[in-house]
Design a protein around this ligand. Structure first.
Ligand SMILES: [Zn+2]
Length: 437
């Protein structure tokens, strides 16, 4: 691949945003990627069939920055630009990225950093963060001899007006799924928005299976948390819909990555009366810790373990390759919003209901009701709880989490808690809408 080495006039600039933790996560992701693909292989494709990308280079010459990657074969490339934060999105078919994570932290000229990864089972993305306005002057994969290809993305520094014009062109074209990786300013999924507008008076429940796509969550003995919680969420949806009294939406219904902010946005856009996030934790050092736990959001964690867990779950976006450095500054603001006392009260009422009903049918953690600063529970107007179904690190819990019988029992209990909550504690639908500004 040395013949792809760019001319020396392009300068590699130094590393930026060097964060050991992030490196560790990316490395972990790369290792666990195999698991993700394994469970996403329902469509019958193997990782090996994807085109392979290697040898990422970022070079700068004057006002132009060029990102290149060597490809095992040419692919279709689509580029778009998004504002707030300003970035360039490169859409590609699924690609097996064999690119050193360190390469993606390079910055130069208008580029602050870039990231890449599988986005859904059949889509990959490269996101380029801009430090100043720029437009895409070239985005293609050019064929090389021997059937190989080279991905070439060229950006040129632009005026704010030029950049805005390019953004407008992107949004008028409607880039499907952009919100899914945009981090801040997420827009709700089309399903949620359409149903919210229908004037349906049933209570709306949003079920949020944690992780997904390039973020597997906890992985123990080749079982990924993302699969366990999706199976649970899907059953819970069926159960809740069976009664006919609830409208149930899911933040994801398949193995895809959804940023934390978008999960919250889906619930808010749907005018949800309840948001239930589903997880299954693991503890490396304590195989004997087990049982289900119900969490609500609070500025101060109830205990060190809750704080540790929230920190881990809050990492989901960076695990998937999103830059969350801007987000972290929002945390204070988000948690201020939690002061919306009513929402907090309702969350607590539902959480107590859950502990009571779940406790009647499955094993609970010794401290089953706790709180910490979970980003995914940050909607100021939607009562939200997070259920850790159990510990995948506990052999006993892991067995239960994969048992259809246990799942049915636990789903039944959660559904009963939902019913109980709406009957006793909560005014019917419309309450959440009133809270909304
Ligand atoms: Zn999780």
């Amino acid at each position: 691949m040395n013949d792809l080495t760019p001319p020396p006039r392009f300068l590699d600039t130094g590393l930026l945003r060097l964060r050991t933790r992030f490196v560790a996560w990316v490395a972990l992701c790369a290792m666990l990627g195999v698991v993700g693909i394994a469970s996403a292989s329902a469509n019958g494709r193997s990782h090996n069939e994807f085109p392979v990308a290697t040898d990422a280079k970022l070079e700068q010459a004057g006002d132009t920055v060029r990102l290149t990657m060597a490809l095992s074969r040419p692919v279709e490339v689509a580029a778009s630009v998004l504002a707030g934060p300003d970035r360039v999105v490169i859409d590609l078919p699924s690609i097996n990225f064999q690119v050193q994570p360190a390469a993606a932290r390079r910055s130069g000229g208008v580029v602050g950093a870039f990231r890449f990864g599988l986005f859904t089972a059949d889509k990959a993305r490269i996101i380029i963060d801009l430090t100043q306005p720029a437009i895409v002057v070239r985005a293609e994969s050019r064929p090389l001899r021997g059937g190989f290809g080279e991905l070439v993305i060229e950006l040129r520094k632009a005026t704010r007006a030029e950049f805005q014009a390019a953004v407008a062109k992107t949004s008028s074209r409607g880039t499907e799924g952009d919100s899914a990786i945009s981090g801040p300013n997420p827009s709700p999924g089309p399903v949620a928005a359409a149903q919210a507008a229908s004037g349906d008076r049933r209570q709306t429940i949003v079920i949020d299976p944690g992780h997904g796509g390039i973020d597997p969550g906890a992985v123990v003995a080749s079982i990924a948390e993302k699969s366990v919680v999706l199976a649970f969420g899907t059953k819970l949806k069926e159960q809740l819909e069976a009664g006919g009294r609830h409208r149930v939406l899911m933040t994801r219904e398949d193995d895809r990555f959804v940023p934390l902010a978008e999960r919250v946005a889906i619930a808010r856009a749907a005018g949800a009366d309840l948001f239930i996030s589903i997880h299954a934790d693991s503890l490396a050092q304590a195989q004997d810790v087990r049982g289900a736990t119900v969490y609500t959001a609070s500025e101060r964690a109830t205990d060190a373990e809750a704080a540790r867990l929230a920190a881990k779950e809050n990492q989901a976006d960076s695990v998937a390759g999103l830059d969350t450095s801007e987000d972290t500054q929002d945390v204070a603001g988000i948690l201020m919003d939690l002061a919306k006392r009513e929402t907090r009260t309702f969350s607590a009422v539902f959480a107590r209901n859950l502990v009571e009903k779940l406790g009647g049918s499955v094993k609970m953690h010794k401290v089953p009701l706790r709180s910490a600063g979970f980003r995914v529970l940050s909607a100021p107007d939607v009562p939200s709880v997070l259920i850790e179904l159990g510990y995948m690190s506990s052999p006993k819990d892991a067995e239960l989490l994969n048992s259809a019988q246990w799942r049915a029992q636990a789903v039944e209990a959660v559904a009963a808690a939902v019913e109980g909550y709406f009957v006793s504690a909560r005014a019917p639908a419309g309450k959440a809408a009133e809270n909304r500004r």
